[in-house]
Design a protein around this ligand. Structure first.
Ligand code: GAL
Length: 362
């Protein structure tokens, strides 16, 4: 009999705006103790802790044994050796959220030669034909949602402008950045071309806007430099918006803007992603405008269903066979649906769904 995981079921029912696909159940108890390796990049960012613990809980309740490893703080050699150990330690499936999209090619040859399927978790692993499936959120849509928020908030379709904006994206070694940046720029570029949106710094190319390791310190430094070199301040050059691909990057931008004298009454529009607690608190305080909510419970549930299907010899559910080419061909993918989170809907999205408690956000 299938076992319903109660909090996921509650999440699916209450979180109708997020993507809970199909049944909210994972096969229970049938795993026969097979070991599954789960490799996560870092514990320094909230979401990966949630991803790891959701995966462990769900896999264990489906009857599997779990080898869950975090690679220090984004340490690539640590991730490689943890994966080596998972392969030699008898894991039957590997679930990997890569730190660097291109540094796992060699170690995964070992997975392939041992017939161990590999699921790329959230971030696509590039240049490896060992990658069997990919499960993530619709990353292009994440960027679109962020840019559409700015488009609406500045009323770009109707207002004359010009408006000043600066662009921040994430780690250059994370394949997701191509999609976050691409999805956002598809919306913003026409306004930049017509001069309605102006990037005073001239830093418009993706390579100029990246933030190594999605580091808050790095984005804070870059924002401080942009403030100094463009004279952005409440009494100087107006800064209308900052596009940030995620929350850890947005937090650095917020720190720099607050230090430059911006308050909730004149804060530039600022986007994010993940609905991490510090960012939701900033939204409530008026120091970040929005974040994209990607329910880590939903992603973990899909990946557990994938593992279960693979090990039981059936076809995992996939919903995209076109978008994600990792350099060795298209990787069959399951894309979950991201949704916009703001101060207006965070209670319904995050608290009513059980993702956070009221206390978490105080
Ligand atoms: C991305 C991920 C985001 C964010 C970021 C920083 O790959 O899709 O949700 O967490 O990494 O870790």
């Amino acid at each position: 009999m299938k076992k319903i995981v109660p909090f996921l079921l509650a999440g699916c029912i209450m979180l109708s705006m997020a993507a809970c696909s199909g049944e909210a159940s994972v096969a229970g108890g049938g795993g026969g103790g097979d070991k599954i390796g789960v490799s996560m990049p870092t514990q320094s960012l909230q979401r990966w802790n949630q991803d790891g613990s959701n995966m462990k809980t769900l896999l264990e309740s489906a009857g599997y044994t779990v080898d869950l490893q975090y690679a220090g703080d984004n340490d690539i050699p640590t991730q490689v050796s943890q994966i080596e150990n998972m392969i030699s330690g008898g894991c039957k499936v590997l679930v990997i959220a890569a730190i660097n999209d291109s540094s796992l090619t060699t170690v995964l040859e070992g997975a392939k030669s041992n017939n161990i399927p590999v699921i790329a978790y959230d971030r696509l692993i590039m240049n490896s034909d060992a990658v069997t499936y990919y499960a993530t959120f619709d990353n292009w849509k994440v960027g679109s949602i962020q840019a559409q928020y700015i488009e609406t908030a500045l009323d770009l379709k109707n207002a004359a402008g010009p408006f000043n904006i600066e662009i921040f994206t994430g780690s250059p070694d994370d394949n997701n950045v191509n999609y976050f940046f691409g999805g956002a720029m598809e919306v913003l570029q026409p306004y930049i071309d017509e001069g309605k949106l102006v990037i005073q710094s001239g830093q418009t190319a993706k390579d100029q806007c990246t933030t190594q390791n999605w580091s808050t310190e790095e984005s804070q430094k870059r924002m401080e430099n942009l403030i100094a070199s463009n004279n952005y301040s409440p009494s100087g050059t107006n800064l209308d918006a900052v596009l940030s691909s995620n929350d850890s990057v947005a937090n650095g931008v917020t720190n720099a803007l607050v230090a430059a004298g911006y308050t909730k009454d004149n804060f530039p529009i600022l986007t994010g992603q993940d609905c991490d607690k510090p960012s939701v608190k900033n939204m409530i305080a008026g120091l970040q405008s929005m974040s994209v909510f990607k329910d880590t419970r939903t992603l973990a549930e899909q990946v557990v269903k994938m593992c279960d299907a693979i090990l039981k010899g059936s076809e995992p559910e996939i919903n995209d066979t076109e978008t994600y080419d990792n350099g060795t061909g298209i990787i069959p993918s399951y894309l979950c649906d991201p949704v916009s989170g703001t101060v207006d809907n965070y209670k319904e999205l995050l608290i009513d769904s059980g993702y956070y408690t009221e206390e978490d956000l105080q």
